[in-house]
Ligand binder design. Structure first.
Ligand code: ADP
Ligand code: ADP
Length: 226
């Protein structure tokens, strides 16, 4: 019984066949690294698994429910409630403080203000940012901003965290720091992680890795297909 599954996913962008029959299974509380060369379809697979893209042909199953056939409204609700996202660039609202950025998803989900901030503040502390809670996020360093983005992705305790090159814009040491925080938080909370990266050092934090090549997901270790 997997938490998240993609079966034979196809997705084209015009003439570009980004995914051509990719299948992947993610176990509960597993940290899965999705590796592969640039343009192989990793991001597209993540977007399909997360219900952001509707595949052309496929099945996406989350916790026993078909995701791909849900209405747009239901998929939006699922993403908001059950999924968290971190991307290469934090995509924070630069004018807002770090704390406001973390509280924002809760406020958008109509959580009462007081409760939203009470839930957001401990996450900043946990990620070592309590000193920066009232800083405008546009003034933070890259690593600090990415930790705020991580706090924002985790604040509603998602079932699955989708991370697309979360350290791609950071130097090695800062990236390691962010990955340690990400993995520790996921393990402590039992959150399942789908981590897209082309960096073997980042993939080393995962329990297991798969490789995407030409729009298909291979479970073969990367060394065997290189
Ligand atoms: P990766 O994440 O492995 O770099 P992507 O999933 O981003 O690969 O892209 C796979 C292929 O699909 C690439 O050829 C890319 O240019 C193309 N592609 C991805 N997203 C889009 C899009 N929104 N519109 C057009 N082409 C896209
Ligand atoms: P990354 O490789 O870091 O995952 P990309 O730069 O490939 O990110 O893609 C960033 C965004 O642009 C994604 O939403 C992706 O779907 C889209 N995209 C990627 N390739 C293309 C393309 N050829 N044409 C249009 N959109 C694209």
């Amino acid at each position: 019984e997997f938490l998240l599954e993609a079966r034979d996913v196809h997705r084209a962008f015009g003439a570009t066949r980004a995914l051509r029959g990719a299948s992947v299974e993610v176990a509960r509380s597993e940290i899965l690294a999705v590796m592969g060369p640039s343009g192989s379809g990793k991001s597209t697979l993540l977007h399909c698994l997360a219900g952001i893209y509707r595949p052309d042909q496929e099945e996406i199953i989350f916790d026993g429910t078909r995701v791909d056939t849900l209405s747009e409204a239901k998929r939006t609700e699922l993403r908001r409630d059950a999924f968290g996202f971190v991307f290469q660039f934090g995509q924070l609202v630069p004018e807002l403080t770090a704390l406001d950025n973390v509280a924002l998803p809760l406020l958008l989900a109509k959580t009462p203000r007081k409760q939203a901030y009470a839930q957001a503040a401990p996450w900043l502390e946990r990620l070592g940012l309590d000193d920066h809670a009232t800083h405008r996020s546009g003034e933070l360093s890259g690593g600090q901003a990415q930790r705020v983005a991580l706090a924002r992705a985790l604040v509603h305790r998602p079932r699955v965290l989708f991370a697309d090159e979360p350290t791609g814009a950071l130097d090695t040491l800062t990236g390691e720091n962010v990955m340690n925080l990400l993995v520790n938080a996921a393990r402590e909370e039992g959150i399942t992680v789908v981590l897209v990266t082309h960096d073997a050092r980042v993939a080393a934090y995962a329990d297991r890795e798969i490789v995407v090549r030409d729009g298909r997901a291979l479970t073969t270790p990367s060394s065997a297909v290189a």
